[in-house]
Design a protein around this ligand. Structure first.
Ligand code: NAP
Length: 293
């Protein structure tokens, strides 16, 4: 049996907003494989995530396969709309949910984690946002489109730029994993607000980034996940369960995916088993992407 052991690795998992999304499952999967985890979430979600990590009622969501409870090394605030604190507008700085923190930019957060833990081995990008997600692309405003691109796609470029110095020279190399969706390459009409374009950009950016950091033995890959009823996904469409059922019915495996399967694929991509895999999209969608229906 080939076991995956990520002991001694430091993993920064961004896009954690609760205990329901992919980031939570991925963080637990990496921890179960031995990695030490730092969670990054939007400043306005810090209290929610803190509750998920401490409340009795959320205990089941913290359980790892060996029966122990998931505990990250720490939780840090990070807003993927801002590369440095100089980018933060006054109304955000003074917002009561942000005012408690002096640093939540991508550069500042990644640097602080890299310095505190002596480097970063794994970076997970699980961030996506479109204010106009419920509007079809053709109705999406220029402002909404640009905002979605900045938070959901450009943020990967910014994160990799910030993390590369901390990931260079790590034993076994560094691994960046992001999350994409089939709507980045095929028309999914309900996936609105420019998000399909964001995923298309993310996919091309991941390939380019793989080249730009490959000389430092840092790999960059994406997982294209099948539809899953996270909080973000439920916001796309109140009938999201029907979309999941449709995908399941039309997938070769005739079932929906689980978040744990996305976590397992992430663990693989961060392991020595994927040592020569970079610039790729790995489909974790029960095969849905190969179908013509
Ligand atoms: P999710 O839990 O809602 O994750 C999205 C995360 O992005 C949330 O925690 C959200 O925080 C965060 N975010 C939004 N704007 C941000 C910002 N400015 N700075 C920092 N974080 C920000 O939903 P998910 O479905 O697990 O999504 C994770 C990734 O998987 C996304 O890239 C998504 O596109 C991708 N994906 C999802 C599906 C699916 O069907 N669910 C399928 C394929 C790919 P807030 O809660 O504060 O907004």
């Amino acid at each position: 049996m080939t076991a995956i052991d990520l002991s001694g690795k430091i993993a920064l998992v961004t896009g954690v907003g609760d205990n329901e999304g992919f980031a939570w499952a991925i963080a637990k999967g990496l921890r179960a494989a031995g990695a030490r985890i730092v969670l990054a979430c939007q400043p306005n979600r810090m209290n929610i995530v803190d509750g998920n990590l401490t409340r009795d009622m959320d205990r089941d969501s913290r359980l790892l396969p060996d029966g122990s409870e998931f505990r990250p090394e720490k939780v840090v605030p990070c807003d993927s709309a801002f590369d440095t604190m100089a980018d933060v507008p006054e109304e955000v700085r003074t917002n009561r949910r942000y005012a408690a923190y002096s640093e939540y930019s991508i550069q500042g957060t990644v640097d602080a984690v890299g310095k505190e833990f002596g480097g970063i081995d794994v970076l997970v990008h699980a961030v996506a946002f479109s204010r106009e997600i419920t509007k079809p692309l053709i109705e999406t405003s220029r402002k909404g489109y640009h905002e979605a691109m900045g938070v959901s796609a450009y943020s990967l470029v910014s994160m990799v730029r910030a993390a590369a110095p901390h990931m260079a020279g790590r034993p076994g190399g560094g691994s960046v994993v992001g999350l994409t969706y089939v709507a980045g390459e095929r028309v999914v009409p309900h996936y609105g607000g420019g998000m399909g374009t964001c995923k298309a950009a993310l996919q091309m950016d991941a390939k380019q980034l793989a080249w730009f950091v490959g000389d430092r033995n840092i790999r960059v890959n994406l997982i294209s996940a099948g539809p899953f009823a996270s909080r973000a996904a439920r916001a796309i469409n109140p009938d999201f369960d029907k979309l999941i059922a449709h995908a399941a019915e039309h997938s070769p495996l005739r079932r929906p995916i689980t978040a744990e399967e996305v976590a397992d694929a992430t663990v693989y991509l961060c392991s020595p088993l994927a040592g020569a895999v970079t610039g790729q999209v790995l489909y974790v969608d029960c095969g849905y992407n190969i179908m013509g229906t």
